[in-house]
Design a protein around this ligand. Structure first.
Ligand code: ATP
Ligand code: MG
Length: 395
């Protein structure tokens, strides 16, 4: 049997009641994720720490390191409450890494334990290691090796490797958002960012039919499936709205200059139409300020005027390389994404549109009818644990 120690981040900022609620949610999420991953586990819950026991501690740690609400994860040795017991466990870890000439540090903490100070634990555990392995140096600033020792009322916890977890708040502690998912790089990252803040998510994608590149549909599904691995054990739904009829009508009637704005405003209208029945309280996009013509401040404003809900843009101030780095980390970056083009993009898209001009363009075709039709025709694709489990059902 092994033990994994998980540490919470911001939960400490919460009141006692909220913290208890969030912790229960966190434990439930971990339980679902571990079960979905086929990892045997058992929880030991304490006020300040959560321990997870099981035969494969490394596997528990791998799942925990992808759990929102945790800052880091460590495979640890649980010992009795005395300094010699903690010292023996620390030495057992340290001997695998330390040789003559190397420096080390013991990082000790103590909580709700009487009869010893952190300094004392650090010094005494340090002596055990120092005396047993010849030629070591103690260096508290830049050690070659660190071992962590925590004295708690329920015993000692000893570990030497902390794996960073994503932080944030437990999935499902915030309300639902409707996240507009495209085949691009930014929008999957935007979804991940709001998931990390605890939001439940429904995805919405617009299928451009013959107007969109041949690989768009698959890329969107790949992103959707990949994002479902960040809420293992929970279903993640993707709503698919048809946009081909809109493209046909809009390109035939409107000034090409304004196409991208008209397209985004259509998306927001349809999104506003389905958000209510999904119970979503906000829309999410992967917009970056100034990245493309539709993302100037003026145009973001004109587009947002078509939404009935608040629009969240977690990547607004990101550099492209920052979004790419995050996409790689979360598993939504495609080295070769294929043809993701849009055939409706004009040569010179408007960068400084005025709402009045856009409304004049929208009056040239049956916008309300197209929105209504798209909302009524939405289909639902469900992903769970990294795979699509249900295709194209009428939502
Ligand atoms: P990204 O910006 O996500 O890399 P993109 O370049 O395809 O992808 P933009 O044209 O920059 O998207 O649009 C900005 C945002 O609008 C996207 O981040 C996404 O939230 C939304 N969006 C764009 N196209 C679609 C689509 N076909 N379905 C759903 N949402 C979309
Ligand atoms: Mg973009």
């Amino acid at each position: 049997m092994g033990t994994v120690l998980v540490r919470f981040g911001e939960l400490f900022l919460k009141s006692e009641n909220v913290r208890r609620l969030y912790l229960r949610k966190l434990q439930h999420n971990m339980d679902l994720a571990l079960t979905a991953s086929g990892v045997e586990h058992e929880f030991e819950v304490h006020r300040d720490r959560l321990l997870v026991h099981g035969p494969d501690a490394a596997a528990i740690a791998r799942v925990a390191a992808r759990t929102f609400g945790l800052v880091d994860v460590a495979v640890c040795t649980q010992t009795g409450p005395t300094i010699p017991q903690m010292g023996a466990a620390a030495f057992a870890l340290a001997r695998r890494h330390l040789r003559a000439g190397m420096s080390f540090a013991v990082r000790a903490r103590r909580q709700d334990v009487e009869g010893m100070t952190s300094q004392q634990i650090g010094a005494e555990v340090g002596s055990v290691i120092y005396d047993a392995i010849p030629g070591l140096r103690v260096d508290l600033s830049y050690p070659d090796y660190e071992v962590f020792v925590e004295a708690r009322p329920y015993g000692g916890l000893v570990y030497d490797e902390r794996v960073p977890a994503p932080g944030g708040l437990p999935f499902g502690t915030q309300e639902r958002v409707l996240s507009l998912l495209s085949a691009g790089i930014d929008s999957p990252v935007a979804t991940w960012q709001v998931m990390r803040r605890g939001c439940l998510v429904t995805h919405l994608t617009f299928d451009g039919g013959r107007w969109q590149g041949a690989d768009v549909r698959d890329a969107v599904r790949r992103h959707h499936a990949a994002l479902s691995t960040w809420c293992m054990g929970h279903p993640l739904d993707l709503l698919v709205a048809d946009m081909e009829p809109f493209f046909e009508a809009m390109t035939a009637a409107a000034d090409p200059h304004y196409r991208c704005l008209l397209c985004k405003r259509f998306m927001f209208r349809v999104a506003s139409g389905v958000a209510g029945r999904e119970g979503a309280l906000a829309l999410v996009t992967g917009d970056n300020l100034g990245q493309v013509a539709s993302q100037t401040l003026a145009n973001l404003g004109v587009i947002e005027a078509a939404a009935d809900l608040p629009v969240l843009r977690p990547l607004l101030t990101y550099e492209k390389n920052e979004a790419v780095a995050l996409a790689r980390r979360i598993g939504t970056f495609d080295e070769d994404a294929g043809d993701l083009s849009c055939a409706a993009v004009p040569k010179r898209p408007a960068t400084q549109a005025k709402l009045a001009m856009i409304e004049k363009e929208e009056a040239k075709f049956d916008l309300d009818g197209l929105v209504e039709e798209a909302v009524a025709g939405v289909r639902r694709v469900r992903a769970k644990n990294g795979v699509i489990v249900r295709e194209d059902k009428r939502a």
